[in-house]
Design a protein. Sequence first.
Length: 252
Amino acid sequence: MQTLISARDRSFNYGDGIFTTMQVRGGSIQLWPLHLQRLQRSVAQLGFTAIDWQSVQQQAQAAITAPEQVIKILISRGEGGRGYAIADVAAPGIYISVSPMPDYRLAQQQGISLGMATLKLAVQPLLAGLKHNNRLEQVLLKQELANTAYDDLLVLDQQGFITEVSAANVFLHRDGAWHTPELQRAGVAGVMRQHILQQADIALINWSITELASVDAIFICNALMGIVPVRSIEGRALSVSKVQQFSKQVLC
């Protein structure tokens, strides 16, 4: 594990890296197999050199210092010279950090309010789904959110399709069934999203904003917050109880 970041590190220079943020509960990393699978898929897609995954897991486990906290693993392609080309890049750098676990209980109980973001995510199928280190869109989204009265913002891609919220995936209920964006053009394929897809029958969809009119329940999710109901979108009330009932089924 590296503790100092070199000025030659490609993640520092170009965002040439990936990361995952994990919940520690009862002293154990939750959903570790899914976090590991996503890390492995991501480095393969980006063409990183070989990584000792057993060592990564051991380092993550060794970083745990409290029963409830957050562990973040960031993997850089490594150190290299000036320029984008990856020739002569050193071995990948592994950075692990620890932070306190946020408290999402109130949001889980009462739900959150959702608005619509004006920013639209860039469409790049080769990066869609990856939790890569280029997060400037999310930085801009958080700035936009800070200037609203909403708790979070629903984000479309540049082709007008519902994608995610500022830092979580989104699930929508209509006609007795749950749906979630396919994420083939933009967005992050979250670990909690993957866990839910393995636990329940969920339709993968490509919906424009007009489809929201017939949605009666929405929730957002990520590996830290779990499932959080949306009580309203743009002021229109939604069912919180329907989300809480679903949450009990898939997270029990």
